[in-house]
Design a protein around this ligand. Structure first.
Ligand code: OAD
Length: 272
């Protein structure tokens, strides 16, 4: 057993003792809900519960590559709302930046496509966007990349853009990973990094989509894992050094920061 007991205070003490110099953070949509972006699976407020207006055969079809081939319009209807730019990072995003500022962040694995981690200051090379992002776009057939300004226009006008390559005319989409598509190559290279971590923090994810959901299991048994989420998820809680903080991410990270003596610094980072 690595921690003295399974409490937030024990995790904070472990950090204060300098034993957590390589922290991996794993996040999902729940860290952005307080920014105003809905998550996917929360029963009333989640995106999947609110897609009736798009007449989908099933909610996840909006992010399914074979459905997109037949009917790309529902995705483009939603893309306008999901497009980064309109939202401000939460204090949870700032907390991840604070870990980096203190030299403790080994890697952030995120499923989010909202780019808020980057906006909070986490450097590019420490972020692994496992489900892609709106940063690039390409043809789903010939894979040719597509100009960013034309993509922005398409999203603004809810038009489905077509590939500009001669003789192709395939559908273009942002390089967000859809169901039926492979994760970025980088994920498969970096997925072993949790083995090198000395602390794992999982926040705001239902851990219901593979292979991302398997990342916490890649941590060694002796590595403490902290879950800050409104519900218990995955196998978090099954190990001797798992600590569960089942509450709102923002209030959870405030508690952790306070226990580490970082609260003031965190609040002022976030207010910047
Ligand atoms: P989900 O919507 O599946 O899970 C969000 C989790 O965060 C749930 O467990 C919520 O209870 C919790 N949650 C929500 N708001 C919270 C808050 N303020 N504080 C604490 N917990 C909160 O979202 P993800 O796990 O990110 O993929 O979903 C994974 C993937 O499924 C997404 O990347 C997306 C989706 O389909 C693709 O589209 C490929």
């Amino acid at each position: 057993v690595t921690l003295g007991n399974r409490s937030l205070e024990a995790v904070a003490q472990y950090i204060k003792d300098g034993r957590a110099g390589r922290i991996v953070v794993m996040t999902g949509a729940g860290i952005s809900t307080s920014a105003g972006i809905p998550d996917f699976r929360s029963p009333d407020t989640g995106l999947y519960a609110n897609l009736a207006r798009l007449n989908l055969p099933y909610a996840e079809a909006v992010f399914d590559i074979s459905y997109f081939r037949k009917n790309p319009l529902p995705f483009y209807t939603l893309a306008q709302e999901l497009y980064p730019g309109a939202y401000r990072p939460t204090i949870t995003h700032s907390f991840i930046y604070l870990l980096h500022k203190k030299g403790l962040l080994l890697k952030l694995f995120t499923q989010n496509i909202d780019c808020l981690e980057r906006e909070a200051g986490v450097p590019d090379d420490l972020i692994l966007e496992a489900h892609g992002s709106f940063a690039r776009q390409s043809c789903i057939d010939c894979k040719a990349s597509f100009p960013a300004d034309l993509m922005q226009k398409a999203i603004r006008e809810k038009e489905v853009p077509k590939c500009l390559q001669k003789g192709c005319r395939g559908l273009v989409k942002p390089e967000i990973v859809f169901f039926g598509e492979s994760l970025p190559q980088e994920f498969f290279v970096q997925q072993w990094l949790p083995e090198e971590a000395d602390l794992c923090i999982v926040m705001g994810t239902s851990l219901s989509v593979a292979p991302f959901s398997g990342l916490p299991e890649k941590c060694r048994e002796v590595t403490p894992r902290l879950l800050i989420n409104s519900e218990q998820v995955g196998a978090m809680g099954s190990r001797a050094d798992d600590v569960l903080l089942l509450e709102d991410c923002d209030s959870g990270v405030r508690k952790l920061a306070e226990a580490c003596g970082w609260l003031e610094e965190l609040e002022s980072l976030w207010a910047e």
